[in-house]
Design a protein. Structure first.
Length: 335
């Protein structure tokens, strides 16, 4: 089953279907299949890292059997960064015009040392480039920005405020944020269910709250895609509430009976598998109520205007799901 899921994802990867963030979400494909090797892709990185002696499968904590992490090394076999993740490859890589994993590993390591999120950092860097402060593909520029943040100088204090405030400061029109959080590496014009999840998640732009990148969206209505998004959000909220690893959900999401039985054995409870759905929905309602009391409204769930106005090459798709319609469908489904 896991092999089938991996194969399905690889055939539907964001770069292949045109939903990868490239040069500040201005394109959906970095390298077309007819143009050569996609060096930021998993196949290339696996072979390169393996040939250098790196760990292509690595447990981030003792006892993990999935080992989805890795240790990426340089030509001498010395560690550059651990792990090299998709979100970083997308946001600090293709979104900033980088094309080789060594480039991403170097800026990734600096971001890790600073303790800053690579999604937000990559989104911010691309907006700065769109503002004319640098050029796409200029790794040295990215290092200068990160060094300014480290020093805390005048520019660094602006840069450290994140994508939304940097975009506002420099008057950039293409600022990929929801609730002032940088959008993750799935363009919502193409990967629509994940886009809907990012719209309504309480934190804003959080793909981990309901990621479904392989769902067929063409020809489906907003209501149908909201239903798919909500199903994934409920699953994610439930396992997050229990404290299970996000990368175990390909197993846990389809094994509610196993998880509930394990909890019953440990705690002496008599929970039914339906408990998982109830738990997930309760968590979502609490999150939405917290946001409501904090002053957030449905308007804060809207995608930035450029997603609706700018067709994304090579598919030429634009966003088609408005916050008012998404929320109406959510209310109907949640009762």
């Amino acid at each position: 089953m896991v092999t089938a899921l991996v194969d399905r994802y690889c055939r539907s990867s964001p770069n292949l279907i045109g939903g990868l963030p490239v040069r500040n979400f201005s394109n959906g494909t970095l390298i077309a299949s007819s143009e050569g090797t996609m060096q930021l892709g998993g196949d290339f990185i696996r072979e390169l890292n393996s040939s250098r002696g790196g760990e292509i499968s690595h447990a981030c904590m003792p006892g993990c059997m999935i080992e989805c992490s890795n240790v990426y090394v340089d030509e001498k076999g010395e560690e550059m960064v651990s792990p090299m993740e998709y979100e970083t490859l997308g946001l600090m890589g293709s979104n900033c015009g980088l094309t080789h994993p060594d480039q991403v590993a170097r800026v990734n390591a600096v971001a890790n040392d600073l303790g800053i999120d690579t999604i937000e950092a990559g989104a911010t860097l691309a907006v700065l480039i769109d503002a004319g402060l640098g050029e796409f593909g200029d790794e040295a520029f990215m290092h200068r920005v990160l060094e300014d943040i480290r020093e805390g100088n005048e520019r660094g204090r602006i840069f450290a405020q994140g994508t939304a405030r940097v975009g506002e400061h420099y008057g950039v029109s293409r600022v990929p944020v929801i609730k002032k959080q940088g959008i993750s590496a799935y363009d919502p014009r193409v990967i629509e269910v994940t886009g809907i999840s990012m719209m309504v998640t309480a934190q804003g732009a959080d793909h981990t709250a309901g990621n479904l990148p392989v769902f067929e969206c063409d020809g489906k209505s907003t209501a149908e895609l909201v239903e798919a998004s909500l199903g994934m959000q409920v699953m994610c909220a439930a396992v997050d509430s229990i404290g299970l690893c996000i990368f175990g959900r390909s197993v846990t999401n389809v094994s509610y009976d196993l998880m509930v039985t394990a909890m019953n054995d440990v705690h002496g409870t008599e929970l039914e598998p339906a408990f998982m759905d109830e738990l997930g929905k309760e968590a979502l309602r609490m999150e939405w109520e917290f946001n409501k009391q904090a002053g957030f409204t449905e308007e804060d769930d809207e995608l930035p205007a450029f997603f609706f106005d700018e067709p994304l090459a090579p598919t030429n798709k634009t966003a088609r799901h408005r916050s008012v319609d998404v929320n109406a469908s959510l209310r109907e489904l949640m009762g």
